[in-house]
Design a protein around this ligand. Structure first.
Ligand code: ATP
Ligand code: MG
Length: 230
């Protein structure tokens, strides 16, 4: 059995819009080991988000296989994919994607509610997460009552509450000022130090450059892979 956490082979993703066809990913092969810190870089439209969405089981390839922890996840049903997503994958997005009418605490609790975790355990884990991310006195605030940095900390708490194997972050600092963005990157890096695989999309070289491995996308293909640093 392979030691790779993520293994993509021969991935194709084609979008059809009207008569035109966009080959967003083309014969992509990629292996990522557990615990890696990977930056995905490249120009706008090069396929970075498409790749991340496939890795996060938010989208399916037109061809190729995706193995996650040795399991072929391309052939799973919607329900099975949702379960893998909920248990193994955490997402952080540029625009936070919090539920507007839920409080910070409720947003963080959401993945545990969907997974059917008992209320008492939920409450204890939410309390700990609020503490870990310095949000204790913002628990009852809705997203529109939080700063950008606080929103992204809620999003990170929500992404990690189920203790996923991998965190996928798409431009996580894109809507934040430099100082707040750096703080968010440090929080993600702290998770990676504890063993969580971290994959960050960024077109900011100063952020991408912090990762131990850089992937450069161009026209839906992997143009360069700095490889796994030893
Ligand atoms: N749902 C879709 N339908 C049609 N075309 C799409 C869809 N999603 C992405 N594309 C196209 O696929 C290509 C890759 O898009 P993608 O969002 O992966 O780029 P990106 O590298 O993330 O760019 P950015 O840095 O601007 O976020 C683009 O040409 C885009 O227009
Ligand atoms: Mg994108």
């Amino acid at each position: 059995m392979s030691a790779a956490l993520i293994e993509l082979s021969g991935i194709e993703r084609v979008f059809h819009v009207g008569d035109s066809e966009v080959h967003a990913l083309h014969s992509l092969d990629l292996a990522i080991a557990a615990g890696e810190y990977v930056a995905v870089m490249g120009p706008s439209g090069s396929g970075k988000s498409t790749l991340l969405n496939l890795l996060g089981l938010l989208d399916r390839p037109n061809a190729g296989t995706y193995r996650l922890e040795g399991q072929d996840v391309t052939t799973l049903s919607q329900e099975e994919q949702a379960r893998v997503r909920s248990e193994r994958i955490g997402f952080v997005f540029q625009s936070f994607h919090l539920v507007p009418r839920l409080t910070a605490a409720e947003n963080i609790a959401l993945p545990m509610m969907l997974a059917g975790i008992a209320p008492q355990q939920r409450a204890a884990r939410v309390a700990q997460a609020l503490k870990d991310y310095g949000l204790e006195n913002r628990a009852d605030h809705r997203p529109d009552q939080l700063s950008g940095g606080q929103r992204q900390r809620v999003a990170i708490a929500r992404a990690t509450i189920m203790q996923p194997a991998v965190i996928l972050a798409d431009e996580p600092t894109g809507n934040l000022d430099r100082a707040t963005g750096d703080e968010v990157v440090r929080l993600l890096e702290a998770l990676n130090h504890r063993g969580v695989t971290l994959i960050v999309v960024s077109h900011d070289a100063s952020i991408g450059g912090r990762a131990r491995r850089q992937l450069l996308m161009e026209d839906g293909a992997l143009r360069h892979d700095s490889g796994i640093a030893s």
